[in-house]
Ligand binder design. Structure first.
Ligand SMILES: *[C@@H]1O[C@H](CO)[C@@H](O)[C@H](O)[C@H]1NC(C)=O
Ligand SMILES: *[C@@H]1O[C@H](CO)[C@@H](O)[C@H](O)[C@H]1NC(C)=O
Ligand SMILES: *[C@@H]1O[C@H](CO)[C@@H](O)[C@H](O)[C@H]1NC(C)=O
Ligand SMILES: *[C@@H]1O[C@H](CO)[C@@H](O)[C@H](O)[C@H]1NC(C)=O
Length: 419
């Protein structure tokens, strides 16, 4: 046995020990705080997080502000009558089709499209794009973990969060902060995490077991049988839309975002109340006329062979955006007809273009830039966070800390539109 093998065995034993501890915790129904044991995984997660950063080309950003003006001032919460009958008096939304009510994909038997290898443009592609192209036609995969019950009944806001197997502590802190499920003025909020298969091949079985235990405790993870990788984020988008279309006929609004962002649900509510149930609501940190990136060393590089137009359609940064339920259902139909594109938020922009819906830019969504500037004072300014809807990108401990500050007796002079 060499050192490497010994290390392997040691890791296996540690994981098994950990599983035993988790199982015991479940059985005893004691405190279900999984924070500390997951400390071990932190490093792995940090590595993965670099890969999974969401959002795309920041090349050319217009400052056109199409947001709903005056929303911060106008939005003195109208005190809603707390009528307990609300939920039962509204008619259920009737869907426009007879699509299946269960996930209808049970086999992931999809082989590489070897037709491509005879074509010049394909042979000139970088390896990761080759891999993407070879499996681009594989549209849907089976489910590994599912929770159709999440969408039963009327839901006002469904929050879905892109995550990966090893990010236990991000999910943990989201559950305790902005992702906490609750009912506000009779409006239900539900939270779900979207996962693919663990990407670490050697540890896949172990990571999967951990995810299953976590889901056993919280029942809020849905997972599909495709590899969690950067280019597969678009699959996560299309799978969510199909899932939503299948199981969620009565959801008013959807918030979709990353697992490393700060979100103010209170501000989402204020915003939705002031936007007067606009049709085709799609709002976020929208880029107009962004150019595809042609520098090979950039994470968002796209070869000409994949996209040859000069601009992308308007799209919202994937770090966090809001849309209405009916629009999400229509997006599923369009997404189904388009070729997959390796950048998920651009892909969604293409779907919106197909529906001729122009996404709305709102300054309270900060998913590009800003906090990347580590020295910015705004990073530590709770009054800034208090006036935002989404701010990317925070470590779990910082998120917890900021959440506590924002939800303490914080006195801010006013909700200002900073920047
Ligand atoms: C997968 O597909 C191949 C060819 O399409 C077929 O030969 C094979 O039996 C299939 N396997 C399963 C498990 O369905
Ligand atoms: C490969 O080419 C054959 C014949 O042109 C076609 O029938 C098949 O659908 C192609 N395969 C894929 C995965 O596109
Ligand atoms: C996406 O997931 C599928 C299924 O796991 C896998 O075959 C494919 O290689 C992945 N694509 C990329 C680009 O990682
Ligand atoms: C751009 O791509 C489309 C579809 O792949 C192709 O039909 C068109 O000829 C291309 N245009 C240029 C200028 O390369």
């Amino acid at each position: 046995m060499n050192n490497r093998d010994r290390w392997r065995v040691y890791k296996r034993v540690s994981v098994m020990f950990f599983l035993a501890v988790v199982a015991l915790t479940v059985v005893q129904r004691g405190s279900i705080n999984m924070g500390a044991p997951f400390e071990l995984e932190r490093q792995a997660r940090m590595d993965a997080s670099e890969e999974m950063e969401s959002g795309a080309a920041l090349q050319q950003r217009t400052d056109s502000y199409m947001g709903i003006k005056g929303f911060w001032k106008a939005s003195k919460r109208h005190p809603l009558p707390r009528a307990p009958l609300r939920a039962t008096t509204r008619k259920p939304i009737v869907t426009e089709d007879n699509s299946p009510r269960t996930w209808d994909v049970t086999s992931s038997n999809c082989s590489a499209n070897l037709n491509l290898s005879s074509q010049d443009w394909f042979r000139n592609l970088e390896d990761n794009f080759k891999q993407f192209m070879l499996y681009r036609h594989c549209r849907y995969f089976p489910m590994l973990l599912n929770h159709p019950e999440k969408c039963s009944g009327e839901i006002y806001l469904l929050m879905v969060i892109k995550s990966v197997a090893t990010q236990h502590d991000r999910r943990e802190v989201i559950r305790k902060t902005w992702g906490k499920e609750k009912v506000v003025d009779g409006k239900r909020i539900k939270t779900l995490f979207l996962l693919g298969k663990p990407s670490n091949e050697a540890e896949r079985a172990n990571h999967q077991k951990l995810v299953e235990y976590e889901d056993y405790i919280y029942r809020d993870i849905i997972q599909w049988d495709f590899l969690d990788s950067f280019f597969n984020l678009t699959l996560k988008e299309t799978h969510f839309l199909k899932w939503f279309h299948t199981y969620c006929p009565s959801v008013r609004y959807v918030f979709k975002g990353d697992d490393d962002v700060f979100v103010s649900v209170e501000n989402i509510f204020e915003f939705l109340e002031s936007s007067n149930s606009a049709k085709n609501l799609f709002v976020g940190d929208v880029m107009f006329k962004a150019k595809p990136i042609r520098k090979k060393e950039n994470k968002y590089y796209i070869p000409q062979a994949l996209y040859n137009k000069t601009h992308y359609p308007p799209y919202a940064g994937g770090g966090g955006f809001l849309m209405d339920g009916p629009l999400a259902r229509r997006l599923h139909w369009v997404a189904d007809t388009l070729e997959l594109y390796p950048i998920d938020d651009v892909f969604l922009g293409m779907c919106l273009e197909g529906l001729q819906v122009i996404p709305v830019k709102h300054n309270a969504f900060k998913t590009f830039g800003l906090v990347k500037n580590k020295n910015s004072k705004l990073n530590r300014e709770p009054c800034f966070f208090k006036s935002m809807i989404v701010v990317h990108k925070l470590l779990p401990s910082d998120l917890k800390h900021m959440w506590n500050l924002v939800n303490s007796d914080l006195v801010c002079s006013q909700k200002v539109e900073i920047l």
